[in-house]
Design a binder for this molecule. Structure first.
Ligand code: GLA
Length: 399
């Protein structure tokens, strides 16, 4: 059995130096500094961050770097180290709802949302796989946000980071036009090495929970299915509209307000509504998922990380059948990883493609990855990409 190669994150210092070099090539001078922010996986708590729920993300070692210098005017000039010709240049005065479009929205939208008074020159160098459901867009927003906060002497303690996360969400919702919740930005800015965050999206409070996978002899395998997904696409918005309608019918501010033991009653009250069965399934997912996050957090607090597998499995089934956001490729990863001995597996992120995670005995990682690779080959699917999710540090300055 050969082991599939892993997509490793480059060493942080070297990646920062490469970003600074790319800046020198682009603008002919040394940047004021280099900052970076990570992508994330969500351990559990999916599609509940826009209904007041709980989620449990951790930052990946894979980061997006931004080499940047402030300007005295309100011009933003940005280049991508990945994509020659993807340069964008514009004035902050022209940034607003829907403008600019494309990837520049995730850069220029941030100073707009932060109310920043000056422009900047920047080169972006990303090591979070794009379009993989691992939050490359949040990593980009958050790297820009931490750079501007640092340069403008804004607080970067946890409360300051919560503010910055809010600005990044604004940039994504209003400028990029993707109506996502706040999990990805909170993870990218507020996570710490060796820990996951329990994010309560009702008040954006965060509790840092230990996630000592290696100490337990475990690993969290990430499988990027490389099946395309898109958040601004209609399905994400449709799910959000479903849960908002359900909350209105039930007379609650969000589905967090429905306790697990009140679920049957809530489902009964939806019975007469148009499309009741779909609405009931959506509500069942949200309510049971929030409960699963609380139970996962309890296990992590008790140092019982080995026991979270069953909750991950149940989360996936709920996303697959009740919330209907999985995809053939994601189900194949989950089913194959479980059959090959994973303790638990589930899709992570928005779904419809993107990535899945599997909790695996560390020694069994090559075997599980090979089983998934072979299953994809048998089904004549594009080869997936493998990453290791080591709980990593949130956004910060590199140079
Ligand atoms: C995407 C969104 C998040 C969250 C997840 C699903 O990653 O950006 O806000 O809704 O999907 O949990």
């Amino acid at each position: 059995m050969s082991t599939p190669p892993f997509f490793e994150a480059p060493a942080r210092a070297e990646a920062a130096e490469a970003a600074a070099d790319a800046y020198r090539d682009a603008f002919g001078e040394t940047p004021e500094g280099v900052w970076s922010a990570p992508g994330r996986v969500n351990l559990i708590g999916e599609h509940v961050d826009y209904t007041g729920g709980l989620c449990l993300p951790l930052a990946l070692p894979h980061r997006t770097f931004v080499a940047l210098s402030p300007r005295h005017d309100d011009v933003v000039r940005v280049r991508s180290a990945q994509e020659a010709g993807a340069d964008w240049e514009g004035s902050l005065a022209g940034v607003g709802p829907g403008s600019p479009d494309g990837w520049a929205a995730y850069v220029a939208g941030v100073p707009w949302a932060m109310g920043s008074g000056h422009g900047f020159d920047a080169v972006v160098d990303g090591h979070v796989p794009l379009g993989s459901g691992l939050s490359s867009s949040a990593a980009l927003e958050c790297a820009v946000a931490i750079a501007l906060a640092d340069l403008d002497d804004l607080p970067t303690d946890d409360a300051g980071r919560a503010e910055l996360a809010g600005a990044c969400v604004q940039a994504e919702n209003v400028v990029a036009g993707a109506n996502t919740g706040g999990m990805d930005q909170a993870a990218s800015l507020r996570c710490r090495e060796g820990q996951a965050i329990l994010l309560d999206t009702r008040d954006d409070s965060v509790t840092h929970l230990p996630l000592d996978l290696a100490g337990a002899g475990l690993a969290l395998l990430v499988v990027d299915t490389r099946a395309a997904h898109s958040h601004s696409g209609g399905e994400y918005g449709a799910r959000r509209a479903d849960v908002e309608r359900a909350a209105r019918v039930l007379g609650v501010p969000d589905l967090r307000a429905v306790a697990a033991d009140g679920l049957e009653d809530a489902l009964a009250r939806l019975a007469g509504e148009e499309g009741a069965q779909v609405l009931q399934r959506r509500v069942r997912h949200a309510v049971t998922e929030i409960d699963r996050v609380a139970r996962t957090a309890q296990l992590l607090r008790a140092g019982r990380v080995r026991e979270i597998g069953a909750l991950m499995d149940a989360s996936h089934e709920s996303l697959r059948h009740d919330y209907e956001v999985s995809a053939r490729e994601l189900d194949l990863v989950v089913d194959t990883a479980r059959a090959a001995g994973a303790l638990g597996a589930r899709m992570t992120g928005g779904g419809f493609g993107g990535s899945a995670i599997a909790l695996v005995e560390r020694d069994a990682v090559p075997e599980v990855a090979a089983a998934v690779r072979d299953a994809f080959a048998r089904e004549e699917l594009r080869a997936p990409q493998f990453l290791a999710a080591l709980p990593s540090e949130g956004a910060g300055r590199d140079a």
